[in-house]
Design a protein around this ligand. Structure first.
Ligand SMILES: [Zn+2]
Length: 181
């Protein structure tokens, strides 16, 4: 979290010269505001014409937020780990599919998702698979979450093209601020 050491590290790494630069050691449990401060400060010292990679981020709204700051690449276990714990990321926010309210819900996990899980299965069926301890539940949830994340990346590229990324970032924060349903 030492901004001066971050700067020195960036400068000395650039001196060696690499095709891209990573920002690591963050997203390990520190407060989100601190992560953002360190990323923003470090980004100033990294060349904008080379890929800048933020390790271990993140939630859908964090991905959009950091893309908006100039991060080009991210990686995270979240979409697959959350899926195994019955947490689905959807265009309407997070859905905790084990919740009893989905027991008879005949809608797809995400009505706006075109993945093969959302085209074929209902929330009620996914919930049943989780309740039964059926491994297929984790596989189907993972498939949906990865598809959803890839779609976010597609939307980010589109928003950059139209110059709307900051607006998209605010909309994502509003959507996920409410917490899981
Ligand atoms: Zn889906």
């Amino acid at each position: 979290m030492d901004l001066h050491l971050r700067r020195e590290s960036a400068e000395r790494t650039i001196e060696i010269g690499f095709p891209g630069y990573a920002i690591g050691g963050l997203s390990v449990g520190e407060p989100r505001a601190l992560t953002r401060e360190v990323v923003e400060s470090t980004l100033e010292h990294l060349p904008a014409d080379k890929p800048r990679y933020l390790m271990g981020v993140g939630t859908p709204e964090e991905i959009v937020e950091y893309a908006n700051l100039g991060i080009d690449m991210m990686d995270c276990v979240l979409p697959t780990r959350a899926a195994r714990h019955a947490c689905l990321y959807t265009s309407e926010g997070r859905v905790l599919i084990k919740n009893a309210r989905y027991a008879a819900d005949q809608r797809p996990a995400d009505p706006n998702c075109s993945c093969s899980v959302c085209r074929r299965y209902t929330r009620a069926y996914l919930r049943h698979l989780f309740a039964a301890g059926e491994l297929t539940a984790a596989i189907l949830a993972t498939h949906h979450n990865v598809h959803f994340y890839l779609d976010i990346m597609r939307q980010i590229r589109e928003a950059i093209g139209f110059g709307h990324l900051a607006k998209f970032s605010s909309a994502m924060h509003a959507r996920y601020a409410e917490g899981p349903a």
